[in-house]
Design a protein around this ligand. Structure first.
Ligand SMILES: C[S@@+](CC[C@H](N)C(=O)[O-])C[C@H]1O[C@@H](n2cnc3c(N)ncnc32)[C@H](O)[C@@H]1O
Length: 323
């Protein structure tokens, strides 16, 4: 992933001293154009957006307990990227524990937390899968794991001493046994849509759901690299289609979605696209500025995102399999 220079300052949050980047020095600032402009969404105005340049513990302190239906985020991986400083894993995990505890406080009783992570890599090249390291931090609050989703993508660093990493994971936890899960808005085309039962009492009837099938727990969405329509100044932003799948399946219109490490606001964009209230914070002012630009563009019908139903480019097919 491209590395960018940053300036830093030390802030004290809830008694803990944190080094936070204050400004990223970047070569360009743009919300890229592409082919998938969202229609103007009258409900997507920014009145339902609560977005600040702030440390997440400070931001969360101002939010009401049990007020969030979905907390969806991707924290830093302690890799020394432009927006973080590498430190001992134990210190990183202690910080994560504090943020997770606050997220649990904010989560509604039927709500979901989705923590999207990859690997931390130590200075001598050992790989530490962060979902394994973080799992107990959720379990100590009694959360229940519903899926460990594999997000597979094609682009990234080419490794010479191990296989190149081409997936990350999303730990989806619920606060309790009763939770929202709406499958119909996120079904994908069935492999054999017209297939029928060939014997038994259902003989002749369609064997699959005519609305499509469950997407399963291995998701293939292109990651946001330089030629992706959603690329901004951020080195590792969520594809909005990944956010949309979680927002649509785990919340209802009018619900609330929060990203405590919101970067350029992809989770907030996905939330507002589907009429959910959006909450987020990030410590880098430039990222938050871009997030506002994207949210305003969404409200004005000027934001371009990759649609959820677009097939992944396949060079073996005519036109890459694109419609
Ligand atoms: C992996 S990125 C998230 C990108 C985001 N998903 C997006 O689509 O843009 C992690 C983000 O966490 C932010 N961050 C790091 N420490 C933070 C803190 N204590 N409070 C809030 N944000 C923080 C970084 O600036 C960075 O943008």
């Amino acid at each position: 992933m491209p590395m960018q220079k940053s300036e830093e300052s030390r802030q004290s949050v809830n008694g803990a001293s944190r080094v936070v980047p204050t400004r990223v020095v970047h070569p360009e600032r743009s919300v890229k154009n592409g082919a998938a402009r969202q229609p103007a969404l009258p409900f997507a105005d920014v009145t339902q957006v609560h977005l600040s340049v702030m440390d997440n513990l400070a931001f969360m302190a101002g939010l009401q307990s049990e007020s969030m239906d979905l907390i969806l985020t991707s924290p830093p991986y302690n890799l020394g990227k432009s927006y973080e400083r590498r430190r001992p894993l134990s210190s990183y995990l202690a910080d994560q524990a504090a943020v997770i505890a606050e997220c649990v406080r904010l989560l509604s009783p039927t709500g979901s937390i989705c923590w999207q992570v990859g690997n931390h890599v130590t200075s001598d090249g050992e790989v530490v899968p962060l979902d394994i390291a973080l799992y107990d931090l959720f379990k100590r609050h009694g959360l229940q794991l519903r899926n460990r989703i594999i997000w597979h993508f094609e682009h990234g660093l080419h490794c010479s001493k191990r296989y190149s990493g081409r997936y990350e994971t999303i730990l989806w936890f619920t606060k309790g046994p009763s939770y929202q899960f709406n499958l119909d808005p996120v079904r994908v085309p069935s492999k054999y849509p017209g297939k029928r039962h060939y014997k038994g009492p259902k003989r002749g009837l369609l064997s699959g759901n005519p609305l499509g099938k469950n997407p399963g727990d291995v998701w293939i969405f292109p990651n946001v690299k330089s030629n992706h329509v959603e690329k901004t100044i951020h080195p590792c932003q969520f594809p909005v289609e990944l956010v949309e799948r979680l927002v649509l399946s785990l919340t209802s219109p009018g619900g609330s979605v929060f990203d405590p490490y919101c970067g350029v606001g992809s989770a907030l964009v996905g939330a507002r696209m589907h009429d959910r209230a959006a909450y987020g914070c990030d410590v880098v002012p430039d990222y938050v500025e871009v997030a506002w630009e994207r949210l305003r563009a969404l409200a004005n019908g000027a934001l371009r995102t990759r649609p959820m139903d677009r097939p992944v480019y396949d060079p073996a097919l005519p036109n890459g399999g694109q419609r």
